[in-house]
Design a protein around this ligand. Structure first.
Ligand SMILES: [Zn+2]
Length: 324
C-alpha cells in the first residue's frame, strides 16, 4: 500500500478504499479518537524482519480506522526523531505520533542523563528496560531470540549488561529513582517495559508517591491471577493489555484472559494496545479493531472499551481529556 491509496478520512470511514470495502460499515466506531500507546515501527529488531509496511503508510491506515495517534516504541533505538518525521509527513491529517525511548543498554540504560537528552528530542514516554532487564534475561523469550538472529553476539551482551531495577533488598536503585524523578520534572510518562512483578510493584509505589504517570507494561505476562493487577490500579498505575500475545503461535494467553482480567479490575485504569511486530498479524489498526470487537463480543461495554482506547491513553500521556 502506498500513501496515495489510503484516502484522507476526517470521518474515518473511507468506503472508496478497497480494504475498507471488506470491513463492516462501522468498522472504526470503537476506535475513533483512540491512541495506541504501544506501536513498534518498521523496522524494530532488524530490517531483516519486516513486520508490515512503512510507518507513514500504516499511520495513515490507523487514521483511516479512526485512530487519533500512536506512541512509537522500539526495543533498540530512540523513536523521537522518527516520530517527528512521521508527523511532518502527516500534516494533512489529524494524527499524532509521539516518540519514546526504551532504556535498554544500546540506548544508554537507566540514566537520568539519557532521559534528559531524550526529553530534549521531545520524548513523550520513557520505557524502562525490556530485553535489557535482568528479569527478561532470566525469562528468555521471543525478543532475545529475534535479536540473536540479528546479532549473533547478543546473548552474552544481554547477560553482561542486564539491568536490575531493584537492589538485593527489593528497593529501587538510585538510578531508577533518579530516572523517575526526572520523568516527573520533565512531565514524561513512564512504562515499566519488561520489569519483573516485584520490580513493577516497586516502580508503581514510587510513582504513586512521586506523582509520576506510569503504565504497567503487559502484566499478564508475569502475574499468576488477575486480582494481582489491583495492586497496581490501587496505586493509580495504568495497566496495559496487548493484542500481540493473543495472536502469537507460542502464546499462552487468549482474549478470554484479558476479559477475565478486565472483569477483575474494570476499565478505570486499563488501556488496550497492540504491541505487534510480527508478519503473521495484520497492521496495528486492524489488530486493535479485532481486539476491541472481541472484547465487545465477550461483554465489555462500548463505553468501557472507549475509555480504555481514548481517555485512559490520554490521561497516561498527560493530554487533555474531553467529557464523554
Ligand atoms: Zn513492545
Amino acid at each position: 500500500m502506498n500513501s496515495d491509496s489510503v484516502p484522507l478520512a476526517p470521518d474515518a470511514h473511507p468506503r472508496d478504499a478497497s480494504w475498507a470495502a471488506a470491513l463492516p460499515d462501522d468498522y472504526g466506531a470503537l476506535l475513533r479518537d483512540g491512541i495506541d500507546l504501544h506501536v513498534h515501527g518498521q523496522p524494530d529488531v532488524s530490517r531483516r524482519f519486516a513486520n508490515r509496511g512503512p510507518d507513514i503508510d500504516v499511520a495513515r491506515l490507523a487514521h483511516a480506522y479512526g485512530l487519533r495517534g500512536w506512541v512509537l516504541k522500539s526495543h533498540l533505538w530512540p523513536t523521537m526523531d522518527r516520530a517527528g518525521l512521521i508527523r511532518d509527513a502527516l500534516t494533512d491529517i489529524d494524527f499524532d505520533v509521539y516518540g519514546s525511548i526504551t532504556l535498554n543498554p544500546p540506548a544508554g540504560g537507566v540514566s537520568v542523563t539519557v532521559v534528559e537528552l531524550a526529553a530534549s528530542h521531545d520524548a513523550k514516554v520513557i520505557f524502562l528496560p525490556t530485553w535489557g532487564s535482568a528479569a527478561d534475561v532470566a525469562r528468555g523469550g521471543y525478543i532475545p531470540g529475534r535479536l540473536t538472529l540479528a546479532a549473533p553476539s547478543f546473548p552474552p551482551y544481554a547477560s553482561e549488561n542486564a539491568i536490575s531495577l531493584t537492589d538485593g533488598n527489593g528497593a529501587l536503585t538510585g538510578a531508577v529513582r533518579d530516572v523517575l524523578d526526572a520523568c516527573r520534572a520533565l512531565d514524561l510518562s513512564v512504562a515499566t517495559g519488561h520489569a519483573g512483578l516485584d520490580e513493577s510493584r516497586s516502580v508503581a509505589e514510587y510513582c504513586a508517591g512521586a506523582g509520576v504517570r506510569v503504565l504497567i507494561t503487559h502484566p499478564l505476562h508475569y502475574i499468576e491471577k488477575p486480582s494481582q493487577l489491583a495492586e497496581f490500579t490501587q496505586l493509580g498505575a495504568f495497566v496495559e493489555f496487548c493484542n500481540a500475545p493473543l495472536l502469537h503461535p507460542d502464546g499462552h494467553l487468549t482474549i478470554r484472559d484479558v476479559y477475565v482480567a478486565l472483569e477483575a479490575i474494570g476499565p478505570q485504569q486499563s488501556v488496550l494496545t497492540t504491541d505487534i511486530f510480527s508478519r503473521w498479524v495484520p497492521p496495528e489498526p486492524e489488530c486493535l479493531r479485532m481486539f476491541a470487537e472481541q472484547l465487545s463480543y465477550l461483554g465489555i461495554s462500548v463505553p468501557d472499551i472507549r475509555q480504555m482506547l481514548v481517555s485512559n491513553p490520554r490521561r497516561f500521556l498527560g493530554l487533555t481529556v474531553s467529557a464523554p
